[in-house]
Design a protein. Structure first.
Length: 268
């Protein structure tokens, strides 16, 4: 299910989807007499790719999503855990570790370490699956290596290496955090969806969104491939929220939690 979900969501991303539409239009043009339908499909593909690389359009969609949760402001509450949600990585021993982790992962980790250092005695929870690579290192462990290189004591790090998505991260965190206070660090665009799962799991984390991408300063009016990322983020989150609504109606999250295998966090 996890792999199937990843494949379907990848194909529904704007650029692959629009290229498929354009490719289908070309096939109709070359191999059939349905020229009008072919021209419509190719026009949709071309205009869609233009809009998806045009900053005023992509920022207008992404900025409201990112602004749903305000940036973190230090709190006087006692904090026991700072949790950083994982992103993506590549394993290439010719790269330094800062190139193996994605820019999104590094931004989340640096923000998590910054906040973690504000609360002596807290633990830093790093999450990220490793089952899809053949190199024997999870995303959480790779982030931990960088955190240690940046001065975090390894005894203060807990790893969630078996969690494959945000929902699993939330319910495993509930088993560890229990009734203590926790700060949750992830990308601003993902924060609302993440909080939904953490609330389902019975936690009330303090939001610490980071990796903001949609600035209110619009300077680019020429299409640029950089802004395709913004529209992909919006599409990814909207699909994720739709999946949340569907599964929340079909499944009882508390029963699902009770039936799930209890996995203890790893330490270094």
């Amino acid at each position: 299910m996890f792999i199937l979900k990843k494949i379907i969501s990848a194909l529904l991303m704007p650029l692959p989807f629009l290229l498929l539409v354009g490719g289908f239009g070309l096939c109709l043009l070359w191999f059939t007499r349905r020229k009008k339908l072919a021209s419509i499909l190719m026009s949709i593909s071309l205009m869609g790719i233009f809009l998806c690389s045009f900053q005023p359009f992509t920022t207008a969609l992404l900025r409201p999503l990112e602004q749903e949760n305000a940036a973190f402001v230090s709190t006087t509450q006692p904090i026991s855990y700072v949790m950083v949600l994982g992103s993506s990585q590549v394993i290439d021993k010719t790269f330094p570790i800062t190139s193996e982790l994605s820019p999104t992962a590094i931004t989340r980790l640096v923000e998590g370490i910054r906040i973690f250092r504000l609360y002596p005695g807290a633990k830093l929870i790093l999450s990220g699956y490793g089952g899809l690579n053949s190199h024997g290192i999870s995303h959480a462990r790779l982030m931990a290596h960088l955190a240690i290189a940046l001065g975090v004591n390894k005894r203060d790090i807990l790893l969630f290496e078996s969690t494959k998505d945000t929902k699993e991260e939330a319910f495993q965190a509930a088993d560890v955090v229990k009734d203590k206070n926790m700060i949750l660090v992830t990308s601003a665009s993902q924060m609302s969806r993440a909080l939904y799962y953490f609330h389902q799991a019975g936690l009330q984390p303090i939001a610490a969104p980071t990796n903001f991408r949609a600035s209110n300063q619009m300077r680019d009016f020429v299409p640029d491939s950089r802004f395709l990322t913004q529209i992909e983020i919006v599409e990814h989150e909207r699909l994720g929220q739709l999946w949340q609504r569907i599964t929340s109606k079909l499944l009882n999250p508390q029963i699902e939690h009770q039936q799930a295998e209890k996995v203890k966090p790893e330490t270094l």
